[in-house]
Write a protein that binds this ligand. Structure first.
Ligand SMILES: Nc1ncnc2c1ncn2[C@@H]1O[C@H](COP(=O)(O)OP(=O)(O)OP(=O)(O)O)[C@@H](O)[C@H]1O
Ligand SMILES: [Mg+2]
Length: 246
């Protein structure tokens, strides 16, 4: 049987002596929604940065299917089908919403016409049609996040890694986003990794959870087993820390 998952094997990351990740092995299968949770500073963003080549790894490997992505640049990782969003949104402020999404599609080799079609479809899916010709800089925070996720999807990725996608959204915006996200793996087999401190969101969306504390994995498994895991309760859930935000 071939393993078509995206996985890290014993990945460690160091920042001038500080071990931000210590031997973390995580996997996401196509069509699955994995929740990556843990206290502030536990290494969640760093793990996504390591997978997408934003930070170098000190040890370990990153594999996607048969391909070894270890040491890949962000551009190479994205060409291999790994897309992401950032904890702090990154858009072209002085381009319109449509242009932002088109630019992402074109950067992945789609022609002008195909990029326009892709952008139109994504804006419809994300309820952004009314904003299509607005400059990104003037958008609400929630709209900026939706444009960012649309840009990530414009590349038709195999895996999408979302770092706190609902941060800054109100309850209605969050609910709308969740409905879209939960359909993605079902409709196109996308593997989705979601980092969030909102445990209601995590429990509703995710099939499986991976929990970090101080750069190490402390639990992996289905929602029920993780929620009742005493290490997880002690490090995170029991402390009220899941209501914290970065
Ligand atoms: N570029 C960097 N340089 C130095 N230290 C860093 C860097 N990025 C992260 N760190 C440190 O690595 C550790 C893990 O940080 P990381 O941002 O991955 O945590 P996190 O789990 O995403 O936290 P949060 O929930 O607050 O977003 C922290 O101690 C952080 O200060
Ligand atoms: Mg983070």
């Amino acid at each position: 049987m071939t393993d078509d998952s995206l996985r890290t094997i014993d990945v460690s990351v160091e920042f001038s002596g500080l071990r931000a990740l210590d031997g973390v092995s995580l996997s996401i299968s196509p069509g699955e929604i994995l929740g990556l949770i843990g206290p502030n500073g536990s290494g969640k963003t760093t793990l996504v940065n390591a997978i997408t080549g934003q930070v170098p790894i000190a040890a370990g490997r990153i594999l996607c299917g048969q391909a070894d992505l270890t040491g890949f640049s962000p551009r190479e990782a994205s060409l291999r089908g790994i897309a992401r969003s950032f904890q702090v949104v990154r858009l072209f402020n002085n381009l319109t919403v449509t242009e932002n999404v088109e630019a992402a599609a074109m950067a992945h080799g789609k022609g002008r016409r195909a990029s326009r079609d892709k952008a139109r479809n994504l804006l419809a899916e994300f309820g952004l049609e009314a904003r299509a010709e607005d400059l990104a800089i003037g958008l609400s925070y929630g709209d900026k996040r939706r444009v960012e996720i649309s840009r990530a999807l414009a590349a038709d990725p195999k895996f999408l890694l979302l770092d706190e996608p609902a941060a800054g959204m109100n309850e209605a915006e969050t609910a709308a986003l969740l409905s879209i996200l939960e359909e993605l793996p079902r409709t196109n087999g996308l593997g989705l990794l979601i980092i969030d401190h909102d445990m209601r969101l995590i429990m509703r969306l995710c099939d499986r959870l991976h929990v970090l504390a101080s750069g190490r994995t402390i639990a992996v498994g289905d929602k029920e087993s993780v929620r009742s895991n005493s290490l997880v309760i002690e490090a995170y859930l029991g402390t009220g820390a899941e209501t914290a935000h970065a």
